[in-house]
Design a protein around this ligand. Sequence first.
Ligand code: MSP
Length: 639
Amino acid sequence: MSKPTYYITTPIYYSSGKLHIGHCYTTVICDAIARFKRMDGYDVFYLTGTDEHGQKVQQKAETAGVTPKQYVDDLHQQITKLWKALNISYDKFIRTTDDYHEKTVQKVYEKLLASGDLYKSTYEGWYCTPCESFWTESQLADGKCPDCGREVKLQKEESYFFRLSKYQDRLIEFYKENPDFISPRSRMNEMINNFIKPGLKDLCVSRTTFDWGVKLPFDPKHVAYVWIDALTNYITALGYLQEDHALFDKFWPADLHMVGKEIVRFHTIIWPALLMALDLPLPKKVYGHGWVLFGNDKMSKSKGNVVDPLVLADRYGADAIRYYLLREIPFGSDGTYTDESLLLRTNADLVNDLGNLVSRTTAMITQYFGGTVPQPNEYTDLDRELIAICEGALPQVRKDMDALSAPDALCDVFRIIQRANKYIDETMPWALNKNGDKQRLATVMYVLTECIRFAATLLLPFIPATAARIFDKIGMPQPTDFGALDRFGATGEGVTVHKGDNLFDRIDVEKELKELNKLAAAQQAEKAEPETPQISIEDFAKVKLATAKVLSCEKVAKSDKLLVMKLQVGDEVRQVVSGIAQYYSPEYMIGKTVVIVSNLKPAKIRGVDSNGMILCAADGKNVVFVTPEKETDSGKEVR
Ligand code: MSP
């Protein structure tokens, strides 16, 4: 019989910056669910990926002096490295710059155009020129750009629109018939009251102000804008509208889209409406989890000292990070990250409870039975209490995981561990040994080994590397399913334990906190402007500066920041691109004398050749170009 399928997704991560520990939250939760479902008999497909198009990426790449493709390639590498370090077992990683995705997005736009759900109109919004971003009235902060706080102006732009308004009633109907579609329930009310009831407006789904995106095949000056390109990843990854669509046939509709609470709206309104427009079945559930906060801030916006998750994983192991995120952050609501709570949680649960149980038990079996797990004799009531906890654990953990609550599931597993530690204190094996009560001692060792086997099996989805090490230590093969949890007593004869190293070393919290502070400060300093080193006169002599006269000047197409000028530099005429369009009009520049770096390597900026750089005085808000104090010829050396 074929297994039931389970399709789970994370959002695709923006490729416009480094990921922090908050980002790891969605991926780690999904990983635990995916691993649990695999062990619980499902054929799982776990998808994650990167959201690589858009203006932000284009701008960041420009600032970094690389192409957008180089920029996203580098981030893609960093992100997959992080997922590897955290042991994320995704089945596929999609990049929105993947050829198959781009082609399918184009087909989706064509389909929507053909069915009348896509139409061309004019987008009117508040535009922030320095940020090159449109904002809606409600997004503005005190009437200003919510990103940079500067003035915005009302601007119109030709755009394609998705007929979202048409799906309003069908969406409400769908929510009614599927009350668990949006989870937790509170988020459903939020969607209906805040967004659907006030009325859905058609959605602008193309842009002409930048070009780092999927070009609309029927109107290539437009690129797909954000949500259609991003959301469709969940179906393009499976082969939707492609030659090989076996995965799509098998796994769609998704069982679970796990997303952070700030993007629930897109996944529960735009996404289902789009699927309705494409005549596709809707996903079964969208879960909006809370945020990992740093102080009062969602980390992505925080400027605080947060250590890179790769460094944390390297220092404390992937499982300490996984365990912390899964256990400490209350599922569905926000939780606060602190280095201290990470270290304390690791010491309390992983070092003390789990580590001690395994090391004490393996040490005692080695000492009292030469390492071979003895067979049990008659069970007492005390033993039976532990047996009941073990045998009841899988159904309980399964119930927790059905509710997607990893913290509860882990509490239930740790109940076995904590009870077993107490059992050691209660049975006092050292006294049994001293008194020569080998029979009882054998039963106690057997009960403890079984408790460890149950706990380790159930821990495999959450802290897989540690659970695997436990199986090594207790001399058993790592199970791939929960089959052997139906019966206490499955451990047969002749199993040999190996105590080996500690599972986790105790962390000196005070000392580590100091180290982490230093690391975070170093990270911040790395991000900050490097200190300007002093240079010698010989170094300075390498820079050739010259006066130049602006012969002509115009704006660079599709950029609000750039001007392109023809300059007279002595006998020579050169073209230079300069980022001063927000401060000077082209007309103003014509005839002015400027100072340029004349021996700068030529470069292409937004596809336009630039041969030199105009010197300006800038303070972050204002920019003025440098000009000689008296009229002078062009091409004069400036020293
Ligand atoms: N690219 C969009 C999603 C498109 S899906 C079709 C996006 N990307 S993101 O990189 O900003 O976020 C990816 C995931 O990380 C989201 O689930 C988001 O909620 C999560 N987190 C980002 N910061 C977070 C915290 N501080 N805490 C918990 N999760 C957070 O949105």
